[in-house]
Design a protein around this ligand. Structure first.
Ligand code: ADP
Length: 585
């Protein structure tokens, strides 16, 4: 039996009233002893500090029980968590109650008739059992037998609620004599249940957070991805374990921009610096790719998606995810190489077939012309000249010449373009689509693309797809022009702007090799300086822009590189102009 009345037992229950009193400075104590209210505040404060410091739940609840035992007088306290999946009571802290009482109690199912604690949990109300022996409610219950075994006569069970309104535990006070709680005891139990609720929720959140961290770490390991947080003002970085692993850094190392840059592939350093600079100066979400050069000489491809937020002091912070896409990139590259080889072969075969058919079509009438013309000459050279045959062969020459001319007309008809469809085109959107399509390819070629799209751009009338073809061609040409540039960043600026005369202009400015002296030549069909070039991109682009009543021009930049730009009017063409245009086509 537990003798709760003896002072020695009271001391073992936890901190005695005397201990709580000692928290006041001795000088003050002599003058004025703290009352129960002050002790209560001191005790609760101490508990809240423990919770805030993240102390383990059993420790906090143990101190809470001892505190109530010390404040309330002769009693034992326990906190029983409710496992609703059981549903069962689980002992979280009942420091002064023996295991012979707690263990069987905790096995009991949570049912209204199971005992005062189970009942308080089920009903969500406080259950006060003044005398277990005489209370008819618990006569046949397992709880009554357990209480009798430990000479427990009274039991007061108070539900502990979560912020979400669910009973998460029960705070129990038991005594060896029949008793009802006094008003201060009631208040103390209410307070204890409240503090216990805070501690339990906090512990549950900490556990959930721990689990989330564990899942995240596992997910990052599986997806070969890491995450980071960057406080821009102070350049502080917090990296996930997996990110250290991707960069091949030791977790003890302090992450700095310099450390990161030291691992970036030298060719991608301008790209990396530019991304950092842009992130610093223009807060916003962004994505980009760069490579790492690892100490063993291997190359890793990283994909970064970064989200900007502002902390409580309005300081810019980035939260980002980094994925190691090396495998994907290598397979993409292999695929794209295979695809471009295939396209090349197909083009060569197509061109070959086309050339053969043109040669065949034109050759026949041409050789006819040659044969007939020489027969004609021979007939005229005889003495006397055979005028009839000469006339006939001259007629045949004419026929063959007409056939050759027809072939050429047919071929022209075959390659003639249709009149552009006219619709309202938001040039900025059309440009963004082209950029999105070509971005990963450009990044792979280490091109730093910066779009500066005018906000007030009026829509233009034209053929969206054709205009996009032009933009794409200009972007690809710019990337080609920069492919050999190693001593400066491969900057590509795509700008849209409004122009006088209700027109809009789109320019593509690169920092590539620039233009030679003869810019007009660039627009000639089949003019190319590239080994793999066809030399038709710019001539087709100019054709498209002119059919939109615009003009496409090229100029050498003041610095390195060239700028290609087109300007088109916003209004639709007049019906007569459209007809004229179709005739020209
Ligand atoms: P291709 O790209 O197949 O050569 P294009 O008609 O598109 O055909 O281009 C013709 C030529 O114009 C290119 O071969 C190149 O010499 C020149 N050119 C085009 N764009 C640029 C540029 N941005 N910078 C320098 N030269 C360029």
């Amino acid at each position: 039996m537990l003798d709760l009345t003896s002072t020695s037992e009271q001391k073992t229950l936890g901190r005695s009233r005397r201990e709580y009193r000692m928290e006041k400075p001795p000088a003050q104590r002599r003058k004025q002893q703290p009352g129960p209210a002050a002790l209560q505040v001191a005790g609760i404060n101490g508990l809240l500090q423990m919770i805030a410091a993240g102390r383990e739940l059993p420790d906090v609840l143990g101190v809470l029980c001892r505190f109530v035992e010390a404040m309330a007088g002769v009693c034992h306290c326990g906190v029983y968590l409710i496992d609703w999946s059981g549903p069962k009571l689980r002992n979280a802290a009942a420091t002064s109650l023996p295991a012979t009482f707690n263990d069987p109690l905790c096995g009991l199912p949570v049912r209204c008739e199971g005992g005062p604690c189970a009942s308080a949990a089920c009903l969500g109300t406080q259950v006060i059992v003044e005398d277990v022996e005489t209370d008819p409610l618990w006569q046949g219950s397992a709880f009554r037998a357990l209480a009798a075994l430990h000479q427990i006569r009274s039991c007061w069970s108070t539900p502990i609620w979560s912020a979400a309104g669910e009973v998460v535990a029960v705070f129990a006070v038991v005594q060896h004599q029949p008793a009802r709680p006094t008003a201060p005891q009631q208040a103390l139990m209410g307070l204890a249940a409240h503090v216990a609720g805070i501690a339990i929720e906090r512990a549950q959140h900490a556990l959930a957070l721990k689990r989330t961290h564990a899942y995240l770490a596992q997910a990052q390991r599986l997806s070969v991805a890491g995450s980071f947080c960057w406080r821009v003002a102070t350049d502080e970085f917090v990296w996930s374990e997996q990110l250290y692993h991707i960069f091949g850094f030791n977790q003890a190392e302090r992450v700095t921009l310099e450390l990161m840059a030291s691992r970036v592939h030298p060719e991608d350093v301008p790209l990396f610096n530019d991304a950092m600079e842009r992130a610093r100066n223009t807060p916003g979400d962004f994505e980009y790719e760069h490579r790492l050069l690892m100490p063993d000489g291997s190359v890793k491809y990283l994909y970064l998606a970064v989200h900007a937020i502002f902390d409580q002091y309005n300081q810019l912070e980035y939260i980002g995810a980094v994925q190691d896409v090396t495998q994907r990139r290598l397979s993409e590259e292999a695929l794209s190489k295979a695809r471009s080889e295939l396209a090349h072969v197909a083009r060569m075969m197509g061109l070959g077939a086309l050339t053969a058919s043109i040669a065949h079509e034109v050759n026949q009438p041409l050789s006819g012309i040659v044969t007939n013309a020489s027969t004609c000459l021979r007939m005229l050279a005889t003495n006397p000249p055979n005028v009839d045959i000469a006339r006939e062969t001259a007629r045949r020459t004419l026929r063959d010449a007409n056939r050759a001319s027809e072939v050429v007309t047919r071929l022209r008809a075959l390659f003639a373009r249709k009149a552009p469809t006219t619709e309202t085109v938001a040039l900025n959107d059309a440009t963004r689509e082209v950029i999105a399509l070509s971005l990963s390819g450009l990044q792979r070629r280490r091109v730093i693309l910066q779009p500066i799209l005018a906000e007030d751009l009026p829509p233009v009338m034209g053929d969206r797809v054709q205009l996009q073809q032009v933009i794409l061609n200009l972007l690809l040409n710019a990337a080609d022009a920069m492919s050999g540039i190693e001593d400066r960043p491969r900057q590509l600026l795509v700008r849209t702007e409004r122009e006088a005369g209700n027109r809009v202009r789109l320019s593509v400015q690169d920092s590539g090799i620039g233009l030679g002296a003869e810019t007009a030549q660039l627009f000639e069909p089949f003019y190319t300086t590239k080994s793999e070039g066809m030399g038709i991109g710019l001539s087709v682009s100019r054709f498209i822009i002119e059919s939109h009543r615009g003009d496409l021009t090229a100029r050498q930049n003041e610095g390195p590189g060239a700028t290609f730009s087109f300007s088109i009017p916003c209004e639709p063409p007049s019906p007569t102009a459209a007809v004229r245009q179709m005739r020209v086509l």
